[in-house]
Design a protein around this ligand. Structure first.
Ligand code: AMP
Ligand code: MG
Length: 328
């Protein structure tokens, strides 16, 4: 049997029986299980090889389900929900005792989002419980934005990948929490911080902590290809440094004319940052499959979704052995 399928009822039956399946969302594919099943949640951590202390995002199918999970919803969170749900915004809120600690990594907060994908909304609608669903990739690897990416990672290890096509936004959700009632951004993502600040005013950024990161996406090395990767402000400097090697390029809006380059990926010919973000991971997957010596990515404009792209590229490139010449 092909594990990739569009059968929503089979998907519902599997998660109902405490199995783990992959689900499509508008951000990336997730490895989904019943939040109230310890067996299911343990399987998610095992499959991903993710440290148990890293909490999972809980996915709900309607806004009113939030009340089952949280003790208090700040006014600013309500504003964000009105504007961005269903959508690519995750909120970290104080959790009810009924939310299992094995989902939240022992924290007294829970991360929740209502995804904006018709198939997964329909699946959630069929279920009497929310789904925990971290990205469907082994811990630290490139996130999956198509059913075939997931099938490659988890061939025969999960019973089903619910096929919802290519992910429209293609980059993880933006994560916002509240500390002393003030909004804090924990992860740059598919909704630009500028858009969020338009709704609720200034948001402080805690996106990067080397020590004791409170989210895995905050760790220095994450979203990483197997191939050595670097990010450069000037693509020609990078090419010259690696001259003679098998080079692949990840570029914003135009190719470089240089016959020695093995492969070039352009993320948006129109120079549209949202389009570029949606193509980022698929391009990294393709580059990583080519047996290159090095992937050289150009630094993106540092505004709107360019910031989230730069964040992922920086983590893709982070490694002890890498020459990382990002200017920052
Ligand atoms: P993933 O779905 O693998 O991209 O990861 C989900 C993200 O949500 C991770 O970065 C988590 O650490 C983050 N997250 C989940 N729950 C919390 C929480 N209670 N506080 C802070 N971050 C959280
Ligand atoms: Mg992830």
């Amino acid at each position: 049997m092909n594990m990739v399928s569009k059968d929503i009822y089979l998907a519902a039956q599997l998660v109902y029986n405490e199995e783990i399946i992959a689900i499509p969302t508008e951000t990336v594919y997730g490895l989904a299980g019943n939040i109230y099943s310890e067996k299911a949640i343990r399987s998610i951590f095992d499959l991903k090889k993710r440290p148990l202390i890293n909490p999972l995002i809980v996915h709900i199918g309607s806004k009113d389900q939030l009340e089952d999970l949280t003790t208090e919803i700040p006014d600013l969170a309500k504003k964000l929900i009105d504007k961005f749900w269903p959508g690519s915004l995750t909120l970290v809120l104080k959790k009810k005792e009924t939310v299992p600690n094995f989902v939240t990594g022992g924290k007294n907060t829970v991360a929740v989002r209502m995804p904006n994908h018709p198939i997964t909304l329909k699946l959630l609608d069929l279920l009497p419980f929310p789904l925990a669903a971290p990205s469907a990739n082994p811990f630290g690897s490139i996130s999956p934005t198509s059913a075939s990416h997931v099938a490659t990672y988890f061939d025969k290890k999960i019973p089903m990948v619910l096929d919802g096509g290519s992910c429209q936004n293609g980059i993880e959700s933006t994560i916002i929490g509240f500390e002393n009632n003030l909004p804090v951004l924990y992860r740059l993502g598919a909704i630009a911080i500028e858009e969020i600040e338009n709704e609720i005013g200034p948001v402080s950024i805690k996106n990067f902590e080397e020590q004791n990161p409170s989210a895995p996406g905050m760790m220095a090395k994450h979203y990483a290809p197997e191939t050595e990767t670097l990010v450069v402000s000037n693509i020609h400097d990078g090419i010259n440094y690696y001259r003679g090697k098998k080079i692949g390029l990840l570029l914003f809006n135009s190719k470089i004319s240089d016959d020695s380059i093995m492969h070039q990926e352009v993320l948006s010919l129109n120079g549209d940052l949202k389009e570029a973000a949606s193509h980022l991971y698929a391009a990294l997957h393709r580059l990583d499959a080519l047996n290159l010596d090095v992937i050289i990515a150009e630094k993106f404009p540092d505004n709107q979704l360019g910031r989230a792209i730069n964040d992922r590229l920086k983590r893709a490139a982070a490694s002890k052995n890498n020459l990382n010449i990002v200017n920052q």
